[in-house]
Design a protein around this ligand. Structure first.
Ligand code: NI
Length: 142
């Protein structure tokens, strides 16, 4: 386990009160845990936004769509076959008469993974969706 460092932070009192209220509502036991998560998020965001980063990102794409939409299933299948090496697993749920929910587990270089997600999210008939990407911890704090 790496050494722990302590450091002081100078911060406006009103901002700190708001921060303490927020992290209390989120269930954090102390500021250190909340601050550590914010630092992790910032480092992950920075690395993922740097498309030249050589690490593989991991994550998931969740989409909701109408399976009656004309041609949608064929287009989705074509895109998923084009990016087959980036798709680890697909979970499909029939959530109602019209709606399907798909959760696609992804791994690959960030640019291709984002391209895959955007290709699916922009299809006509996709009602809603969100891409979540992160990095293995070994790629973040090195
Ligand atoms: Ni379905």
């Amino acid at each position: 386990m790496p050494d722990l460092n302590r450091f002081g932070v100078s911060i406006d009192e009103n901002l700190l009160v708001s921060f303490d209220k927020l992290i209390g509502e989120q269930g954090y036991g102390n500021r250190s845990e909340a601050l550590r998560d914010l630092i992790w998020d910032a480092l992950i965001k920075s690395k993922i936004e740097d498309f030249s980063d050589s690490s593989d990102v991991i994550g998931s794409l969740t989409i909701v769509y109408d399976h009656h939409a004309s041609g949608l299933l064929e287009e989705m299948t074509q895109i998923q076959h084009r990016f087959h090496s980036h798709i680890l697993s697909v979970m499909h749920l029939h959530v109602g008469h019209d709606d399907c929910l798909e959760i696609i587990a992804l791994r690959g270089k960030v640019k291709e993974t984002v391209d895959l997600a955007n290709s699916l999210l922009s299809l006509k008939g996709i009602k809603n969706g969100k891409l979540f990407l992160t990095l293995p911890s070994s790629s973040i704090a090195s």
